[in-house]
Design a protein around this ligand. Structure first.
Ligand SMILES: Nc1ncnc2c1ncn2[C@@H]1O[C@H](COP(=O)(O)OP(=O)(O)OP(=O)(O)O)[C@@H](O)[C@H]1O
Ligand SMILES: [Mg+2]
Length: 225
C-alpha cells in the first residue's frame, strides 16, 4: 500500500465558548493517498473548515496526530510547517482571498513565490491562466472580475505551487449553479491530469458524489456517506 500524503489520527479540536468548551472535532481519522478524491460534507458549523485547517497545519489539534507523507508534524513550529506545507498542499477557499492591489497574473505568481516554486513561474502562471480561460484578463485587477472568474484565478494560484494535495473549502459556495459546475469540472480535470489528490468540502451532494471517497462530519467524527 502506498504511504498516505496526509493522515489524521484521532484529531480533536475544541474552542472556548462562554464558560465551557465547544468540542468541534472529537476523534477524526482520515487518510488521503496520491490521486484520491475525497468529499467532506456536514451541517454548517459542524467543523469542516476547522478540519481542513488542521489538515493543512494552519491550526493545531488539542489531541491526535497529523502526518504528512508519513512523518508526524503535530506541534512543529510554524516556519517549518510552512516549508513542508508548500511542498505538499495547495488551498482554495470559498472567498478566494486574492490580493486586491495586484493584477491577476501577479496574484497567481505570488502563490508560486510563497511556496518557493519559482522555476519558469511567469510562463507556468500564464499557461494556467490560459487553462482556466482567463489569459486575456491577466492584467486586470481582482475587483474587475466576477466571482467565478476570481475563483478560477484562485485555482490557478493553488495549481502553480504544484501541490500533491489540493484542499478546497466550499470552492463553489459563492457561485451560481452553472458557474459552480464549471469550477468543479475545472478543479477535477486539473487534479486528475496532474495526479493531485483533491479534498473537497461542500454542501452540494452531487459534487460530493463525484469524489471516490465521501465523508460526513457529524458530532465531531467522520462517517462514510
Ligand atoms: N477560532 C475559533 N474560536 C472559537 N470558535 C470557533 C473558532 N473556529 C471555529 N469555531 C467554531 O467551531 C464550529 C465549527 O466551525 P467551522 O468553521 O469549522 O464550521 P463549518 O463546518 O466549516 O461551517 P460552514 O459550513 O458554515 O462553513 C463553529 O461553531 C464555530 O463557531
Ligand atoms: Mg466552513
Amino acid at each position: 500500500m502506498s504511504s498516505p500524503l496526509i493522515e489524521a489520527q484521532g484529531l480533536a479540536r475544541r474552542f472556548q465558548s462562554g464558560d465551557g468548551f465547544l468540542e468541534v472535532l472529537k476523534n477524526v481519522d482520515l487518510r488521503i493517498e496520491t490521486g484520491d478524491t475525497v468529499s467532506i460534507q456536514g451541517e454548517s458549523g459542524c467543523g469542516k473548515s476547522t478540519l481542513l485547517n488542521l489538515l493543512a497545519g494552519l491550526d493545531q489539534p488539542d489531541a491526535g496526530k497529523l502526518l504528512w507523507e508519513s512523518s508526524a508534524v503535530t506541534g512543529f513550529p510554524n516556519d517549518q510547517l510552512a516549508i513542508r506545507r508548500a511542498r505538499l498542499i495547495g488551498m482554495v477557499f470559498q472567498s478566494y482571498y486574492l490580493v486586491p492591489e495586484i493584477r491577476i497574473l501577479e496574484n497567481v505568481m505570488l502563490g508560486g513565490r510563497i511556496a518557493g516554486k519559482t522555476d519558469n513561474l511567469e510562463e507556468r502562471s500564464n499557461v494556467l491562466l490560459e487553462r482556466v480561460g482567463l489569459a486575456d484578463r491577466r492584467k486586470s485587477l481582482p475587483a474587475t472580475l466576477s466571482g467565478g472568474e476570481r475563483q478560477r484565478v484562485a485555482i490557478a494560484r493553488a495549481m502553480v505551487t504544484m501541490p500533491k494535495a489540493l484542499l478546497a473549502d466550499e470552492p463553489t459556495g459563492n457561485l451560481d449553479e452553472a458557474t459552480g459546475d464549471s469550477i468543479m469540472d475545472m478543479l477535477q480535470e486539473l487534479c486528475d491530469e496532474e495526479g493531485i489528490a483533491l479534498v473537497l468540502v461542500t454542501h452540494n451532494s452531487v459534487y460530493a458524489a463525484r469524489m471516490s471517497h465521501s465523508w460526513n462530519l457529524r458530532q465531531g467524527i467522520l462517517e462514510p456517506v
